[in-house]
Design a protein around this ligand. Structure first.
Ligand code: MG
Length: 667
């Protein structure tokens, strides 16, 4: 008892500095005081001695053992990266790291303005409320032992509570007209209390709790404030689950954290169970039978693996792995294998849908974590160890037919040729209308990279950029009048992933009156012939788009050719053949590999006027080669009698020697 009284005195002295917090007796009602270890807390509380009960409760938490998060297993061994240190130090001056896309971080003022919104991008305002600098402040505190981080964290934590009241309006905040303050608070709640952000805080506050609990600034009174606030977060999610998609997944996984990390709350078991139940159900809903996640976006696919894996990790750490059936575990493994197949030999991902580029260092970290969970999977081990252990799969090209991802490859090394085609079902919010598009890796570089996404949602200017990057016309595919597809529901007509000529035939009813059939031939496992056929009654201009790599790409409008001349052994020659009257147009294109970052390149389109129901047919040759110069001629022609629903035949010639007849007959 003596020890706790001394602690109380020290804590109360520190508390004087921070007048914004007070002891919240209702915290005791939120806890199951019969939980093992809380006997003294219960007795003091029942005696009406809540100040001492709070001291005892803090003492309990400071000495609690056996409850960990996968992220912080030992607070004495935490490390901090240079970037995290920067975020922590910036935060001392109220320059808050809200978003990678907005650097350097904005200054939110001495008297923090949590409603400051310098660029009207919703993400910037939402993500401020994730408090992404709080945990780095905790690392900085642990690494340096400097109390300034703890003091500032407590101060900001309380400031946030006071200035961001939760106004429950059931989504009708604009109906509040008689109280302008209430109206402003309701509007702010849309950002500060969006369930995704709430869940983010719910998870990260477990880490902050671990990191700061020993500080004298973490007072008994603050503990009660923390618990009341934390409980309010959990209750808010339980009543406001996102309807579906990755938000729901994040929320479920973080609810699992809440229930596991704070088992002392009365509802902890229910929180944990709801997390487990939702994850078990959603893994069936959100993941196709081939392992693809239904946003059809490599970035969200990766994020979803991360969610499912985190749930397994916290279950393992706290002894409830058996609440996840074998089918859940198998699905997570399938998702990893899917991702490993569609990514390139340098560990980067295609930029399809709203994806950003994830680099090798990040991916190695992921694969190592995954390899711990799936030690028997040799492919995962191979990627985790950069080929030092484990083994590659016994196949090369691979199709994921339900998700509509098709990978042609002739190897797994940096010198491989690999094309990833995206041609699947409609997908969810992050999926772009891009059916038939592809990326091509050759000998150390990605050619024909997707445009990426750049930005998500916000005011008019933000939306204009978003729509540019989402547009069907800014992909490697075929459009009508450069318009977005009306329907995105590709069907696979043929997938032949083996042999000297490998074939994919996929078809999307892109517009009312116009269907796009794309046939990709992987010839001699080294070069590609793409046949695009647009058929139906629709009239207008048919556009076949190719997004050229950054840099100088010499081309000829007369011959419809492009030849790269890059250093580093990763080049191609390209020629497009179309009907009489086809014209080539070069427009400004963009590529974005991370949020709010973009660079220029060329969007080339091959345009044909379609005035009747005659199908428009193109042949494109893409011939990867190490060096530019001495370009052989490229020729191609159809040798059938025009478009036929069940077959295709053409002849392709490269130089004088290489002549190939290509085609197929559908069953
Ligand atoms: Mg795209």
């Amino acid at each position: 008892m003596k020890r706790t009284i001394i602690a109380a005195t020290a804590c109360l002295m520190a508390a004087c500095v921070l007048n914004a917090q007070e002891l919240r007796p209702e915290a005791f009602d939120l806890l199951n005081l019969d939980y093992p270890g809380l006997e003294e807390v219960k007795a003091l509380h029942e005696d009406g001695k809540d100040s001492l009960a709070a001291v005892s409760l803090l003492d309990y938490y400071r000495h609690r053992t056996g409850i960990l998060t996968p992220e912080i297993r030992n607070v004495k061994k935490v490390k901090i990266s240079r970037q995290q240190q920067q975020w922590a130090d910036d935060a001392l001056d109220h320059r808050f790291f809200a978003h990678y896309g907005y650097q350097p971080s904005y200054d939110y003022g001495d008297d923090i303005d949590w409603r400051y919104w310098p660029v009207r991008d919703n993400e910037l305002r939402w993500q401020l409320h994730r408090h992404k600098w709080f945990t780095p402040m905790g690392y900085a505190y642990r690494v340096s032992g400097d109390e300034k981080y703890a003091k500032e964290w407590v101060s900001q934590y309380m400031d946030w509570i006071h200035k961001n009241p939760l106004v429950e309006t059931g989504g009708n905040e604009y109906e509040i007209t008689d109280d302008s303050q209430l109206k402003a608070d309701a509007e702010n709640s849309r950002f500060a209390w969006r369930p995704l952000e709430v869940s983010h805080r719910l998870q990260d506050q477990c880490f902050q709790f671990q990191l700061f609990i020993d500080s004298p600034y973490f007072t008994p009174a603050f503990l009660t404030e923390f618990l009341v606030n934390y409980h309010r977060h959990a209750v808010h999610i339980m009543g406001n689950w996102s309807e579906k998609g990755n938000h729901l997944l994040f929320e479920a996984q973080r609810m699992l954290y809440a229930g596991s990390f704070f088992p002392e709350f009365r509802e902890a078991a229910a929180w944990r169970q709801s997390g487990v139940d939702i994850l078990n159900e959603e893994i069936g809903v959100q993941v196709y039978d081939d392992g693809g996640q239904f946003e059809l976006d490599p970035h969200y696919h990766l994020a979803s693996i991360d969610i499912f894996v985190k749930a397994l990790q916290i279950a393992d750490l706290n002894g409830f792995r058996n609440e996840f059936p074998q089918n859940y575990i198998n699905t997570v493994e399938k998702m990893i294998v899917f991702y490993a197949n569609i990514c390139f030999p340098d560990y980067t991902n295609p930029l399809f849908s709203d994806a950003k580029l994830t680099g090798k260092r990040d991916m190695l970290r992921h694969y190592r974590k995954w390899s711990d969970i799936f030690p028997d999977n040799l492919f995962i081990k191979y990627l985790a160890t950069e080929g030092k252990e484990g083994a590659l799969p016994d196949y090369l090209s691979k199709g994921f037919l339900t998700s509509g991802f098709f990978v042609f490859r002739n190897g797994w090394g940096m010198d491989a040729t690999q094309m990833v085609v995206k041609a699947g079902p409609e997908g969810e919010w992050h999926c772009q209308p891009d059916n038939g598009t592809f990326e091509l890796w050759y000998n150390g570089r990605t050619l024909f990279q997707d445009s990426g996404s750049y930005v998500y949602a916000g005011d008019k200017e933000v939306m204009e950029w978003r729509n540019w990057f989402r547009a069907s016309a800014h992909h490697n595919t075929l459009t009508l009048g450069n318009r977005d597809f009306e329907t995105t529901e590709s069907k696979t007509l043929l997938w032949q992933p083996e042999g000297d000529v490998q074939i994919l035939v996929t078809e999307n009813p892109s517009y009312s009156g116009l269907t796009h059939r794309r046939s990709v031939f992987f010839v001699d496992r080294t070069w590609f012939v793409i046949v695009d056929e647009a058929y139906g009654d629709a009239k207008g201009t048919v556009n076949l788009h190719y997004q050229m790599p950054r840099g100088n790409v010499p081309n000829s409008r007369e011959d419809m050719t492009f030849y790269t001349d890059f250093e580093g052994g990763s080049n191609f020659m390209f020629r497009c053949f179309g009907p009489e009257g086809m014209s080539m147009k070069k427009e400004k294109g963009w590529i974005s590999t991370s949020y709010m970052k973009k660079s220029q390149r060329i969007d080339a389109s091959f345009n044909v006027r379609k005035d009747d129901s005659t199908p428009v047919r193109y042949i494109t040759i893409i011939y990867p080669k190490a060096k530019a110069g001495k370009e052989p001629s490229m020729n191609a022609k159809f040798t059938d009698r025009g478009f036929h629903d069940g077959s295709l035949k053409l002849q392709v010639k490269i130089g004088k020697e290489k002549k190939r007849t290509l085609g197929y007959t559908l069953d």
